[in-house]
Design a protein around this ligand. Sequence first.
Ligand code: HEM
Length: 568
Amino acid sequence: MDGFLLHLVPLHPFLSATSLLLASLALLVFYLVAIAPRRLMIWNVPGPTKLDSVLWGDMGRVINETTAGEGNEGFLQDFGSTMRMTTILGGSRIISSDPGFVNHVLKNSYIYPKNYMTTQFLSMIMSGKDGIIVAEGDAHRRMRRVLAPAFSAESTKRLTPIFLEKSYELRDRLLEVVRSTEKMENEEGKGADVEIMVWLSRATLDIIGLAGFDYDFNSLQDSTNELQRAFKQMFEATNTLSPTMLLQVLVPWTRALPTKSSLALALSKNTIERIGHEMVRVKKKAALQAAENEGKEDVVKNLLEGRDVLSQLVRANMASDLPVSQRLSDKEVVAQISTVVLAGFETSSTAMTWLLYALANDSTIQTKLRKELLRVDETTPDLDTLNSLPYLDAVVRETLRLYSPVPDTTRMCSKTDVVPLSNPIIGRDGKEIKELIMDEGVTLTIPILNINRSKEIWGEDADAFRPERWLDPIPPAAKAYEAVPWSNLMTFIAGARGCIGYRFSLAEIKSLTFALVRSIEFSPVEPRLQYRSKSSIVQRPIIVGREEEGYQMMLRLRALVKREGLGG
Ligand code: HEM
């Protein structure tokens, strides 16, 4: 039967319904990809004109980047400081490093909530939208207000002894590894090659447990406990974005399907919530008891006892000056436990990993830092003392500039908005754009890492690790990002959705550096390995040519103190 006759044969009803469905789908895709983007006001913004893929748009450049930040950098280089790209199925996104744009978005965080993918991914890991990192609008404002006292400068000072205690525990464990390796190889003083990232992760997990909710995960001592196992299960279940997980992120009802990772996630969440509720019950009782002991009827926010984040949060939530309508439910309080662990554990360990890598690769900087640290007489200095060390401060800032653990952040525009640009651009119509009209529903990316590494801001040596730059005044071009007060760096961003834990993190990183660098010398392993950073929420190192081994950082560690000298 030739093609013409085939057309005359009446189609089976099922076939005609399927054809109709397929034709409608094809039309929908055509509309989404070819027509809808052209109807947006941001269509005029320069960007690629030919799509790499109908499904992925121009995302391939970001997804397939070999080093964190490379995709965004390529776009900014090719199209200028404010550009437009196409995302999945014709979605439109602005990437901008323009100070005016960035300041405006950060100052208007509630107009620019997290985008659909991020919110869905985070609420899948955590308990729905009860955690501060996922909540939006009024719920977010309430949480931020109740959590703020626990992350204040005063609270961070009180937590610093915990940071130092765990930092010394890590140092001692590392020195044990060095000594046993030397003994085994019968070469005293040679040192040992150590995968440092896994140790730093253990230390930061222990720190977040103790400082976060007075719970010792004890992971530095290789011991496992129920909560630690639950978090491990949670991290493993969500570490790689498999196709099934991507489907579950995009289509919420598919999360009910019993896949291996969704079952593991459900189990871990149950355990964390059960233990969390018990912790909150105990903290509430302690807060009431402490207030009673002090002869106060009310729970005041600044009782010294119970300095951990959860105790402070519980107290702030019970304080009489907080209107009942502003209080968090027990479910919301419990959700902050996994939120704080997820937000604060790998970010800090990643920052520390890159800091030690940078020191290992520059012995002059390392020696200069060690000299400054050894001039401190006490072994457990307070936070004011740590903050008074200029070179330590410079090394920490430079690490967080060059190796910002979070490489970028993506938001969505919730209503049509006018955004002023510091550096006007030329639209596709050839006219100058000084103010960008953002359409409702489009997404935007703030390329944290690219702004931090910009040569226009930080000079020709922006790609180099040079702590000395922090001993000079901050370049005026960096100051243009005035919405970001901490060092004018994008690392923690700022505003209502900025990192609430940035003081905590800085004190933690300084404590770890203080304890480790005074007693241990870090250098590259031989033969030298080449690293690149790979981005999956945070950017972590992998060895070039050994990518299948996963994230790691091998360093040579040599003890600088004799056993009896430990403790300083
Ligand atoms: C070097 C370490 C850290 C870096 C680079 C970092 C960076 C960031 C960034 C960029 C955000 C904003 C994310 C976004 O909206 O897209 C953020 C949010 C947040 N961070 Fe951190 N963070 C660090 C450590 C910590 C620590 C130690 C804690 C807690 C102990 C913490 C708690 C949080 C929380 C709760 C949020 C959500 C805030 C909100 O949405 O209101 N972070 N962090």
